[in-house]
Write a protein that binds this ligand. Structure first.
Ligand code: F3S
Length: 283
């Protein structure tokens, strides 16, 4: 049998694990209630398919929910804008709120900041659902920056008060370089570092594990950015194979490797990791 070392932080983070458990409970206890997810429950097509087999219906808008039936809608761990809660309330749709508590905290910070008439600076990707959601808690008025260059091109007003938050998965180096630049501008600025450590911990572990093994197997969606970042980190150190499920390894020759390391992106369920590890032990 091959030696397979699994990173402790492989797979779901606290917030995703919590959200998936809540979704599962709803589906197991739903009886006649229709259970919807507003957007794909998670960025993993195998996990989404499994939940859809249990009766989950994925919709992009609240308008797509059949209001003639008793229904519930699951808000994903990324969170959504305040107006979605308001709209669901008006339509009489019950909400199952699986917003990660760390994201919810950012909603509270920007809500308060906006009430205090501060200009909200939000660091992150304007197209990401988490960022769209956060912006929706400060009346969509946040100034959103992804890159330092965008910050440098912005005309700040020294008479205004700014409050800065960031997307939870923001790269820490990028965050630090933007903060350093902003501090040099002598603005009235309060900074809340709202980066979640789960991503950093997972990346650091992947790096350390890569140094101990002959090959790394990274499990997660081909379109999952945090998974592909893990692939990049590992491949800079050791041979690295990127897979979505164990089926992707059928043609890989593991004979030349003695010790195999395994990590997985934040949206990879445990059962996919376990299946891959079983396969690798017998490879
Ligand atoms: Fe929450 Fe951090 Fe995961 S913000 S969803 S625990 S990456």
């Amino acid at each position: 049998m091959k030696e397979v070392l699994i990173a402790e932080s492989a797979g779901f983070c606290f917030g995703v694990k919590r959200a998936m458990n809540m979704a599962r409970v709803e589906l197991l206890e739903k009886n006649q209630t229709a259970v919807y997810a507003l957007g794909p429950l998670i960025h993993n097509k195998q996990a989404v398919a499994k939940h859809e087999d249990m009766g989950l219906i994925t919709v992009d808008r609240l308008n797509d929910i059949n209001q003639n039936l008793e229904s519930k809608v699951i808000i994903r761990s990324h969170g959504v804008a305040k107006k979605i809660y308001d709209e669901a309330g008006l339509k009489g749709i019950n909400i199952v709120d699986t917003t990660c508590p760390f994201v919810k905290k950012i909603h509270d910070i920007v809500t308060k900041g906006e009430k205090e008439e501060k200009e909200i600076i939000l660091l992150g990707d304007a197209k990401h659902p988490e960022v769209i959601g956060i912006n929706g808690w400060c009346k969509d008025k946040a100034i959103i920056f992804k890159e330092l260059d965008e910050v440098k091109n912005y005309k700040f007003n020294k008479n205004k008060e700014y409050l800065l938050v960031s997307q939870t998965t923001m790269n820490e180096k990028k965050f630090d370089s933007i903060i350093e630049y902003l501090k040099g501008l002598d603005l009235k600025l309060s900074i809340k570092n709202t980066i979640c450590s789960a991503t950093r911990v997972r990346q650091e572990e992947a790096r350390k594990l890569s140094e101990k093994v002959d090959v790394m197997v990274v499990i997660g969606g081909k379109h999952s950015s945090n998974t592909q970042k893990l692939v990049k980190i590992c491949s800079e150190i050791v041979d690295t194979i990127s897979i979505e499920t164990k089926e992707d390894m059928q043609d890989v020759n593991f004979a030349k490797y003695k010790i195999i390391g395994v990590t997985a992106g934040a949206s990879t369920p445990d059962w996919i990791i376990e299946e891959a590890v079983d396969f690798l032990k017998r490879s």
